[in-house]
Design a protein around this ligand. Structure first.
Ligand SMILES: Nc1nc2c(ncn2[C@@H]2O[C@H](COP(=O)(O)OP(=O)(O)OP(=O)(O)O)[C@@H](O)[C@H]2O)c(=O)[nH]1
Ligand SMILES: [Mg+2]
Length: 467
């Protein structure tokens, strides 16, 4: 069984490695003629291959000739369908990575009857032959695009299918109830109830809770993908911009001894321990009459809202007891938001002889003493950032990182809400059935049980050619 009745019969071919000169280049063919085309251009050393006894998943050494002229010595592997990536017969040819060899080999394969593959066409075929579902296919693209441990982890988990199973499980439970409801519609005149309303309400509650927790994980997923936002905040002149520059190892922000130097938020992303962090240097918090500075300060509060982690920087060399108490109030009001992690940074340790006691007594919170200017103890800051991210990433077992999945979950959640309301208010069964179908539809689009050609086109066109 396949997803498409129109799955075309062409044998496709593409260069699967990056274009350009390399040690080796890999061409891939898929389709009913893949083996015939390979036999046409390739002569193996092995007798079993010559006699047509080709063993699947075994690499054969041999030569490719173009009109009698030796083009290259290559390794060729046949993957007999359905035990291949696409589910069809697949042939992989590893040739030497000369651009000239690549071009001629590609022409040879096309002359022998293959056509160039379009972007993502191999994976599209794998989906069509149900070797993987849609969310797994998307994870393949995410895996190829991954550039850090966190994006890689997300992609691998999704590719493994844990998320797909969860969605399919939710959907199955609903399908069972939906069929009872549909049955009631068939017997509408007899006024029967096949579906136990109490059980149904309970199930809806469970599914809603599951959908909610999955959609909440999107924030984590999104953050892991685009960089964990870390806002560097504090009074003017405490060394926030210096800390940003030190963390980034680049003179990104202007540093000066004039308080109020930074007016606008400055951001940049770096990878620490496999996680993308997006550091945001902000305008120092203070009462000011300067219009522009005040706009900057307002922006600082916006950035605090968006951040997952806040580094609150103090200048130890100028921090007397009075100021420390004042800051404490400021700090406590910010800390009301429990979803954020706060780390107190005592900066300019090079300027003081000993840690002021009022500072360490100030607040019961993780505090790191550094010198941003002399790059002292910066490692402690990175370690602490990594620890807090690992904690939160470990909490969620399934993390939704794909915006399409998130929106489908939201829509499914809304439809479930309607179903629940309908049941509670004794709304006619046909209306409940219609909302139920909507919920099933939206869940189905995540894994591709429900799809449109437009949706598939959108997803696969973003793939590389050759995957
Ligand atoms: N001695 C010493 N000076 C530092 C340290 N960190 C920063 N400074 C100095 O403190 C001054 C202010 O640094 P900035 O990084 O511009 O401070 P800021 O918090 O970004 O200031 P605003 O943008 O005005 O809010 C500069 O003269 C820095 O060289 C440090 O660890 N030790
Ligand atoms: Mg600054």
């Amino acid at each position: 069984m396949t997803h498409f009745d129109y799955l075309n019969n062409d044998t496709i071919c593409a260069l699967s490695t990056a274009p350009g000169m390399a040690a080796i280049a890999v061409f891939r063919l898929s389709g009913s003629e893949a083996v015939a085309i390979a036999l046409n251009i390739f002569s193996a050393r092995s007798r079993e291959f010559q006699q047509g006894r080709i063993v699947s998943h075994k690499a054969y050494l041999g030569s490719v000739y173009d009109k009698g002229e030796l083009l290259d010595e290559v390794l060729l592997t046949v993957f007999k369908g359905p035990h291949s990536y696409t589910g069809e017969d697949v042939v992989e040819i590893s040739c030497h990575g000369s651009v000239y060899v690549q071009q001629r080999l590609f022409s040879l394969v096309l002359e022998a009857g293959a056509r160039p593959a379009t972007a993502g066409e191999f994976t599209m075929r794998a989906f069509a032959r149900q070797r993987l579902d849609l969310s797994q296919a998307e994870a393949v693209a995410d895996l190829i695009a991954s550039n850090s441990k966190s994006t890689h982890d997300l992609a691998i988990k999704q590719m493994r299918g844990g998320f797909s199973e969860k969605i399919a499980g939710l959907r199955q439970k609903l399908v069972d109830f939906a069929s009872l409801i549909e049955l009631e519609l068939d017997f509408a005149e007899e006024d029967v109830e096949f579906a136990d309303r109490k059980e149904f309400l309970q199930l809806i509650g469970e599914i809603k809770a599951e959908i909610l927790s999955l959609s909440q994980s999107f924030q984590t997923g999104n953050v892991l993908k685009s960089g964990i936002p870390v806002a560097i905040i504090g009074r003017p002149n405490v060394g926030k911009s210096t800390l940003l520059n030190t963390l980034l190892n680049e003179e990104k922000a202007i540093v000066s001894e004039i308080p109020g130097t930074t007016r606008d938020a400055i951001e940049d992303t770096i990878v620490i321990g496999g996680y993308n962090f997006r550091f945001i240097d902000t305008a120092g918090l203070r009462q000011s009459d300067d219009l522009i500075e005040n706009i900057g300060i307002e922006r600082t509060y916006e950035k605090i809202n968006q951040a997952s982690i806040i580094l609150y920087v103090c200048d130890l060399s100028s921090c007397n007891k009075e100021l420390a108490e004042e800051m404490l109030d400021e700090f406590k009001s910010l800390m009301k938001d429990e979803s954020k992690k706060f780390i107190l940074i005592g900066n300019k340790i090079d300027q003081i002889k000993e840690t002021p006691s009022h500072f360490s007594e100030m607040v019961d919170l993780e505090t790191i003493f550094i010198s941003a200017k002399r790059k002292e103890n910066i490692q402690l800051v990175s370690d602490s950032l990594l620890r807090s991210v690992r904690e939160s990433a470990a909490q969620a077992d399934t993390i939704v990182s794909n915006a399409r999945h998130y929106h489908a979950l939201m829509k499914a959640g809304e439809a479930m809400e309607e179903v629940e309301n309908g049941l509670l208010h004794n709304i006619p069964t046909d209306l409940i059935a219609s909302d139920l179908r909507k919920a099933l539809h939206h869940l189905g689009t995540i894994t591709g049980q429900v799809y449109t050609n437009e949706l598939l086109g959108n997803i696969f066109s973003k793939f590389c050619i050759g995957k």
